[in-house]
Design a protein around this ligand. Structure first.
Ligand code: FUB
Length: 464
């Protein structure tokens, strides 16, 4: 029999767990960038054990004595997962340059990785610079100081990953990508000026064929980061290529993984705000195709500190990929009770709306929405109100030099009005609570409209 003390302790533990959950639920995001407390780049997304895992590379800011100045600085990898595309969990560091015997530990060159499951084991592929010497007991074709590709193996997607002592023999290059066909045959692709591909042995650690150069891609302009997937019997390769100034994402298709490939078009244009690199992967969760890539959101002035993003991907009736416009909103449905950061918008008015860092000296604090014109609006799609129990909207805002009001509407800027509040000027950030004037149910697109003179800044809104 449980004592009264046990029961009280049990209740205390439950309330503590609930309190922690509530605090955590306010810290979760379903928006771009996906990871909001560190730089991440080159995302490979994979569905493993029924949920989505992202294996990105990890940009850091190096000391002057580390790596190459003003260049990529990357010493380890983390893995992230989500079961709802909204809440992302960092499972921590899974591999670092200091754990891999063949990697030059002063190179900080743990570049774009890939990971894949085969027969219940998880294989993590990563490029890095090899030590500038022939390694003892080198495998054929493994020496020198250029980029090699290594493998680390784990029993779970989250690791721990155990690296092989040597890189994969006869592979020189970066950006490994592994594809497993329906017949179980695995292929390794990588890049080094050209794209290369080869069959992998069932052990997933050695090549099982000659190395094929995939010749059907542009000669001019850097290309890298190949990612192969299959849909309805057609093999797609998405890849970054510099057609003009910076990398855009193109794609080609083939009837066989090793080609020949036929160029099909552009998946994502080069960034108008100047991140030189981009790096794609494609995953299908339930019936939804998702496209992962990166941009330098948290580091607008240094594009070697990047952040991973995701947007939905659609095919037309002929199987062609429809061009993707990068969004801040990203993927996933946001629960109405989380902090909804409107600066991760789906859309906004042409005039009078902009976003700014909350604190330019601390970009990971995030952004704010700034309304500076009568009628300016911002739209945030896919907010889940459940069965209509929400009574109030809470807005965290700053409204110095202001004389106006905010209107919350459903659908678009002229849609049904569900809340309206006159805003009194205040130079401090403050939370205001406004009654919803109607019951709101299900998943809704929301629009916040500013009516008035002066400026108003909104950090987030939430419902309770
Ligand atoms: O992250 C370092 C390199 O930048 C990657 O390996 C390339 O794909 C590019 O994104």
């Amino acid at each position: 029999m449980k004592s009264l003390l046990d029961i009280k302790l049990g209740l205390f533990k439950k309330s503590l767990a609930l309190a922690i959950l509530l605090v955590l639920s306010h810290e979760t995001f379903g928006q771009n960038p996906l990871v909001r407390d560190q730089f991440t780049a080159d995302p490979t997304a994979r569905v493993m054990n029924g949920k989505i895992y992202v294996f990105p590379s990890h940009d850091i800011r190096c000391e002057d004595t580390q790596g190459r100045p003003d260049w990529f600085c990357m010493e380890d990898y983390h893995v992230f997962s989500s079961s709802n595309l909204t809440d992302w969990e960092d499972h921590g560091m899974i591999l670092s340059q200091y754990q891999v015997p063949w990697v030059d530990q002063e190179s900080f060159s743990m570049w774009a990785p890939d990971a894949i499951e085969k027969d219940g084991k998880f294989y993590f592929y990563f490029p890095s610079k090899a030590k500038n010497r022939t390694l003892e007991s080198d495998a054929p074709g493994v020496n020198g100081s250029s980029f090699k590709i290594g493998v680390a193996v784990a029993e779970n997607p989250e690791g721990p990953y155990v690296p092989e002592k040597l890189p994969i023999a006869n592979v020189d290059g970066i950006d490994p990508n592994v594809f497993i066909d329906h017949d179980g045959q695995a292929y390794l692709f990588w890049s080094q000026h050209h794209f290369f591909g080869a069959k992998l042995k069932p052990n997933m650690k050695e090549l099982d064929s000659e190395v094929f150069t995939l010749k059907d891609f542009p000669d001019e302009g850097l290309k890298e980061g190949p990612f192969v997937f299959e849909r309805e019997g057609l093999y797609y390769m998405v890849y970054p290529h510099v057609e003009k100034n910076t990398e855009r994402i193109e794609y080609a298709t083939s009837d066989s993984p090793l080609g020949p490939y036929t160029f099909q078009g552009v998946v994502m244009d080069e960034s108008p705000t100047g991140c030189w690199t981009n790096h794609p992967s494609v995953a299908k969760l339930d019936e939804q195709w998702l496209f992962f890539y990166h941009h330098n959101d948290y580091s607008p002035n240094f594009d070697k500190n990047r952040s991973i993003r995701a947007d939905s991907l659609f095919f037309d009736a002929e199987g062609k990929i429809q061009k993707i416009t990068p969004t801040h909103r990203g993927i996933g449905i946001s629960k109405a009770e989380i902090k909804i950061h409107l600066d991760r918008f789906s859309n906004h008015s042409k005039d009078g709306y902009s976003i700014e860092f909350l604190n330019p000296a601390s970009p990971f604090d995030g952004w704010k929405s700034v309304f500076s014109k009568n009628g300016a609006w911002v739209q945030y799609n896919q907010v889940d109100f459940g069965n209509g129990k929400m009574k109030k909207v809470i807005l965290n805002l700053q409204s110095k030099n202001n004389d106006g009001s905010l209107e919350l509407r459903l659908g678009n800027e002229k849609g049904k009005l569900i809340a309206k509040e006159k805003i009194n000027g205040s130079s401090d950030w403050k939370e205001i609570k406004v009654d919803l004037n109607d019951e709101v149910q299900g998943v809704q697109d929301l629009v916040l409209v500013y009516k008035g003179k002066g400026n108003i800044a909104v950090d987030w809104m939430s419902f309770n």
